[in-house]
Design a binder for this molecule. Structure first.
Ligand SMILES: Nc1ncnc2c1ncn2[C@@H]1O[C@H](COP(=O)(O)OP(=O)(O)OP(=O)(O)O)[C@@H](O)[C@H]1O
Ligand SMILES: Nc1ccn([C@@H]2O[C@H](COP(=O)(O)O)[C@@H](O)[C@H]2O)c(=O)n1
Ligand SMILES: [Mg+2]
Length: 213
């Protein structure tokens, strides 16, 4: 595994001035937040292509855990179908393992932290985000997108979608507000067409330079 640091990547520091070190590797992390269906996954794919980040979707890691037949799979499955949040120790462990396994040192962490417990649990592994990319979109548009997604997700039905929106408002927005109070939120108007949203995203990521050839 490479421990070299990409000099083009500004790496955030802990409040005590220490850099983000994970298994001997300096890492840069961007949290990607926004309501269900706001376009987090879609834009993360674009960022990966243009700026060489590795995309880690907390939801995808949890869905893989269900498929793998892990001992926590049944519990995770029922929590996701209820639109609730899986205990942080499970999600943080999956994210940590994925970052350690990766050769990359810059990560987009999509759909995390979803609540204050997620946030505090990640703080415990001593990694601070460079910033939080927040996709802002109306609920009406997000519902339209989720119902049209057609990826066979067990939580893309009207009843679970309603619950996911409630959890987003009650648990996830306070996390965005917390990072906003620290000056770390970069808000994007996600109601526009995909390519227009990406134009705004690109402006934010310019300082990270193009993907290495
Ligand atoms: N700007 C956009 N305009 C129209 N449709 C979009 C836009 N962005 C994404 N979509 C579509 O909306 C659906 C949801 O997008 P995506 O999966 O990226 O959302 P998400 O924020 O990751 O959702 P979730 O939180 O449920 O994982 C997809 O079918 C995607 O193609
Ligand atoms: N930090 C997280 C992220 C996700 N979940 C659960 O997964 C569901 C799907 O997440 P998406 O980001 O893919 O929409 C979500 O509704 C939660 O049930 C979680 O628990 N913790
Ligand atoms: Mg997604």
């Amino acid at each position: 595994m490479s421990t070299a640091v990409d000099a083009s990547v500004p790496v955030a520091e802990q409040e005590d001035g220490a850099a983000n070190i994970l298994a001997g590797k300096k890492v840069a992390v961007v949290f990607v937040l926004g309501g269900p269906g706001s376009g987090k996954g879609t834009q993360c794919s674009n960022i990966v292509e243009h700026f060489g980040f590795t995309h880690l979707s907390a939801g995808e890691l949890l869905r893989s855990e269900i498929k793998s037949g892990s001992e926590n799979g049944t519990m995770i499955d029922s929590i996701i179908k209820e639109g609730k949040i899986v205990p942080s120790e499970i999600t943080v462990k999956l994210l940590q393992e994925a970052m350690v396994k990766s050769e990359n040192d810059k990560f987009l962490i999509d759909g995390f932290p979803r609540n204050q417990e997620n946030r505090l649990s990640f703080e415990n592994i001593k990694i601070s985000p460079e910033f939080v990319l927040f996709f802002d979109c109306s609920e009406e548009e997000m519902v339209r997108r989720l119902l049209g997604r057609n990826q066979g997700r067990a939580d893309d039905n009207v009843e679970t979608i309603r619950k996911r929106f409630r959890v987003f408002e009650e648990s996830s927005l306070p996390v965005v507000q917390y990072y906003d109070s620290k000056g770390k939120v970069k808000k994007i108007n996600a109601a526009k067409p995909i390519l227009e949203v990406f134009e705004d995203v690109k402006t934010i990521f310019q300082s990270y330079g193009p993907k290495a050839a």
